[in-house]
Design a protein around this ligand. Sequence first.
Ligand code: 5AD
Ligand code: SF4
Length: 486
Amino acid sequence: MYNEIDLDKIDIHSEPPTEEPGRQYYFIGKCREWGEGFRRKNGRFPRACVTTFGCQMNARDSEKLSGVLQKSGFETAQEEAADFIIYNTCTVRDNANQKVYGRLGVLHGYKRRNPHLKIALCGCMMQEPSVIEKIRKSYGFVDLLFGTHNLYKFAELLYTCLTCEGLVMDIWQDTDKVVEDLPTEQKYRFKSGINIMYGCNNFCSYCIVPYVRGRERSREAADILEEVRRLAADGVTEIMLLGQNVNSYGKNLKHPLSFAGLLQEVEQIPGIRRIRFMTPHPKDLSDELIGVMRDSEKICRHLHLPLQSGSSRILQAMNRRYTKEQYLSLTEKIRREIPELSITTDIIVGFPGETAQDVEDTIDVVRKVGFDNAFTFIYSKRTGTPAAAMENQVPADEVKENFDRLLHVVQETAKQRTARFLGQEAQVLVEDVNEHDSRLLTGRMSCNMLVHFPGGRELIGQYVTVRLEECKGFYYMGQEKKAWQN
Ligand code: 5AD
Ligand code: SF4
């Protein structure tokens, strides 16, 4: 990271500083000292395991948690062998919550075997009072709870947790703070997510995010650009700009800058070869942004544009602030300007009051737009959101029927659409050895599609030209150009 503080220069025997991020570096120093004591006693450094649930924002937050743990002297381990386990939770749908409760049962078993194990929970779920109540009542073995607004205080909370008995809990209702310059530990050395804004002001009626992530706050453009420059200097070539609604970036800044303007600035940074972003809202997608994407060499040929529903009536009840027709004309315009662009989306089925006819409207949009992929979700009632209080909740069997009908069309259209690359060459950024077959590598195309092809791990982090030989629906099998030319 940039402007990083020299840990050896911090006097950890004086009082902690009051300003941030200096205070957190002080506590990292204290944790290191604690880790030394652990090593003298146990003959090894303490081990930690970070588990992430949910979206890219959480994945990036987890890199910050890992950064603090690593700087504090923790080694990385699997859950079974860890001395400190932290779950960074998601609450966007109830099944994410249920997964956490299920896994907590397993952690309780580990704790019985190793009473010194410390268990921490953080992230979106912790911003819900009912969750905190449940954890305190039924999962009394948890040692540390904190939320989304004070994640930057992790070093301090970690130190308190390591040195105290009993539950440590620090949950804030909201914040207007953006704390810069904390350490991060990146999952990949060649690609990285970067927060450009936090929170959301849209209040879609089904969505809990505005309640658990707070009001929209943009980071200063200078801080974002400096972070991108540092990442590029460290060898990162692909970046993803992250925010709940990236196209309202910059509105509350001292020097307002549009999201399209920010993209143009990022584009100038040498070393960056690919730029992605997540997630734009259709209501705010400007012509300026379409133009910047069209003219860019670096912005990837992929747009994730959540539809949620194709029925104007349901869209209004969802508070999405666009109609079916507006979404269709927006995607037509985008396709006209950037024909090669892949468009993906999110769709919710079973929103209160949704009829089979509404789902037909959604299916109609899916057919007309021809999404490269669509993530389809069954509506999940989130306590505290306006939709949870709506009386016309749809019976589960009806939702299931509608969901299956939609999924069938989504799969058909996506298959047809993604097959358009068959036989072509594509440049891929090699991300990893294939999960299931170690003779294969997995790379990502500009349009976000994965390609698996034979190759050695020395290609990880490299851009390789691959011939796309077989379309498997949502991914391709291919051959590296060099290999098939020989
Ligand atoms: N139920 C189902 N899906 C939801 N999403 C957000 N809230 C809910 C909910 N209550 C989906 C939306 C969003 C994606 C990240 O999660 O489709 O785009
Ligand atoms: Fe939730 Fe809507 Fe904000 Fe997305 S834009 S995070 S769906 S409230």
